[in-house]
Design a protein. Structure first.
Length: 63
């Protein structure tokens, strides 16, 4: 199944977020804006993982 909560989508999303975080680390000067960018990217990564966990839980409850 390749739905919205699939393992492949989670991996791709986390890789893209990691790539953005690496880009932020190399291109932005240290300071509050870089920290803010990392906090936002961390928040998005957290939401991706939580979304995957919710999807897995709903799948197991339906079975």
């Amino acid at each position: 199944m390749n739905g919205p909560g699939s393992q492949q989508r989670m991996i791709v999303a986390l890789l893209l977020i990691a790539g953005a975080a690496i880009g932020v680390g190399f291109t932005m000067d240290a300071g509050k804006y870089r920290s803010l960018a990392w906090v936002l990217l961390g928040f998005f990564a957290f939401r991706v993982v939580i979304g995957r966990m919710r999807h897995r839980r709903s799948e197991s409850q339906q079975s």
